[in-house]
Structure formats: structure tokens, C-alpha cells
Design a protein. Sequence first.
Length: 213
Amino acid sequence: MLKRILISLLIFTFPLTVFAVQTLPDKGTVTLTFDDGPSPKYTPQILAILKKYNIKATFFVVGASAKKYPELVREIIAEGHAVGNHSWSHPMLTRLSNTQLQHEVVDTQNAVEKAIGKKPVCLRPPYGMANPHVKDYIRSQGIAPVAMGFNSFDYERRGTEKMVDWVLKNVHAGQVILMHDGYDKREQTVEALPRIIEGIQKKGLGFSAICYS
């Protein structure tokens, strides 16, 4: 429990102390974001749910997966969602050399551009970690760094009920909600998403995507 509280405090304060969030949801709305995809197993399921509820979201894609599954990147865009950069291979960017950092950022930009004809305008660093050097490099490429936002903790896989309860008890207008559609098992996210959407709607909140190119 203490670990969860400490992580939560870090996530809530991190955007203010480490790098500024460049884009925010529209007034009275939240943004659903999905990291680590695209995944041929989970991304289509999430897209189908979003379509059912007529909600637009933002997908921060891993470059290697975007290159492997360009048709999924195109499907994300075709459904009216936004695509952001989440690095090529999901390393901690603060531990990389300049050459490695360039590869992680630029090669992902190019993979997305090859898939959809335009480059992402935002990058969410893996693990939410970006020091001044990393931020400066990202911005030098004309890309806005985006923080982790409100963490759904879907990767903990503590059960659908606990995930839904955590999100709905803590979500409020203006938050960017972090979830995942790739890399690991995401059945819990798929199961929880409709209930999270309906619960947020019952709070009188809407949904808006960020980082449109």
C-alpha cells in the first residue's frame, strides 16, 4: 500500500517538477492514452471498444512495433485517434548515449511517418523519465514531451475490479489517463475499459484526445 501511495505521489507531481506537459484534455474532459503498442492482439480490441462509445484516444506507440504492424498504426488514425512517439524499444532514455537517444526518437518518428504519412508531435518517455538533456533533445526535434499523467496501474494486473475502482475513485477532469495496449498481457485493460468509460461518463465528464499531428 505504501509503495502504491509513493508511486502515485510521484506520478501526480512528476509533470510539474521534471517536464511540462505540452498538451492537456479539453475542459471538462479526460484523455485516454495507451502505451507500448500497437499489438495485433489487444489494439484492435481497444479500438473496437472506443468505437462503440464514440471516444477518441491517443496511442503512444513503440517504434519497433509500429514498423512491424504499420497497418495497426493506420487503423488507429483511420478511427480518428492520435498517435504519439513512445521510443523505439522502450528503454529509460536518461541512460542512453546521444546516438542511442537519437535512434530511439528519430527512428520511431520515421516508422510512424512511413505508416501514416506524418510524424508524431508528442513523445511520452518510457517510465515517465526525462532529464533536461532528454527534454531538450526531444524539443529540438519539434516534439512535445508528455508526462505519464494519471496511472491506471493496469500493468500490475491486480484484477479488473481493483483497476476499475482505483480509476473511478481518483479520476477527475483534466487528467491524462495512462493505460497500455501492448508489450505484455492486457486482458485486464480490455475488460476494464468499458466500465471505466461508463463510470467516467456517469461523473459527467467527456473524453478528448491529445497530440493530434
